[in-house]
Ligand binder design. Structure first.
Ligand SMILES: [Zn+2]
Length: 273
């Protein structure tokens, strides 16, 4: 979601400024103490899709969850899978090409729902906020989100809903930035509005603890390579970015991984995964 320093318009008030943020300083300060109204969040993400289509996950696939795909590849092809925050439906298309037959995609902005329906007309699409799911209890064996939970203002509500929508031993597969690395990056680049679009960031330990409170046992999957979006954020000449894209990350401790990929298993209380 990060773009180069440039002259640009604030996504909320349309005022011109120069920088790397999506909001002008004034709009950034207005919501800093939170909470951000849902209508303002929706306005922001729809404006983001319009202004930055080259960086938006609605119109391109920049953050494929390689570790989660290796995990999901082990599952039966008739598993009922729900993706929340599907963006443009790219992951849904990948899952369909892997042979999965019961896929439901969802998002909460009109721009993404339109893009999904155009790209994947044969996959079921539902308009849903990730913190209030329109599904009956036990509707899915798998829920998956990539680069979604960091955008949610209320992750506790979200996890309760995911747990409810899953069968008793269902899996929640999650990819999200590592707060320890992302915070350092946003500070370095003076991205004062990061709290607005990433209100819920987790370190590996915070993620494990929060999921455990909601009855999930977690397993971290080590990333093997940087994703396209992460490579695009790196400063310096293009040749260095090409080298960085080929570097193996497997030896990097999880605390220093740029993003976290997690397999969370819904477990009854007092059982071990
Ligand atoms: Zn503004």
């Amino acid at each position: 979601m990060v773009v180069e320093w440039s002259a640009r318009r604030c996504l909320l008030c349309r005022r011109e400024f120069a920088g790397r943020t999506f909001l002008c300083q004034e709009c950034s300060d207005r919501y800093r103490e939170g909470p951000v109204p849902a209508s303002v969040r929706q306005q922001f993400y729809e404006a983001l899709d319009r202004e930055y289509p080259a960086r938006s996950n609605t119109y391109g696939s920049y953050n494929e969850p390689a570790g989660l795909l290796r995990a999901i590849d082990q599952l039966p092809r008739n598993a009922r899978i729900l993706e929340l925050g599907s963006g443009g439906g790219h992951l849904g298309m990948t899952l369909a090409s892997m042979g999965f037959t019961q896929i439901t995609l969802s998002d909460f902005t009109t721009t993404t729902l339109t893009a999904i329906r155009e790209r994947a007309p044969r996959i079921e699409v539902v308009s849903a906020d990730a913190s209030s799911l329109p599904f009956e209890a036990g509707s899915f064996e798998v829920v998956i989100t990539t680069d979604v939970i960091e955008h949610l203002p209320d992750v506790d509500k979200h996890l309760s809903e995911v747990s409810r929508a899953l069968v008793s031993d269902g899996l929640y597969l999650v990819k999200t930035p590592n707060r320890l690395m992302a915070d350092a990056y946003y500070k370095l680049r003076d991205m004062h509005d990061s709290y607005f679009w990433h209100p819920s960031m987790f370190s590996p330990g915070e993620l494990r603890g929060t999921f455990h409170e909601h009855g999930f046992e977690t397993r971290m999957i080590a990333a093997r390579r940087l994703t396209g979006a992460q490579i695009a954020k790196l400063p310096g000449p293009a040749v260095l970015r090409r080298v960085a894209g080929r570097l193996p990350l497997g030896w990097v401790p999880v605390a220093l991984q740029p993003h976290l990929e997690v397999v969370a298993k819904k477990s009854p209380p007092n059982t071990q995964y």
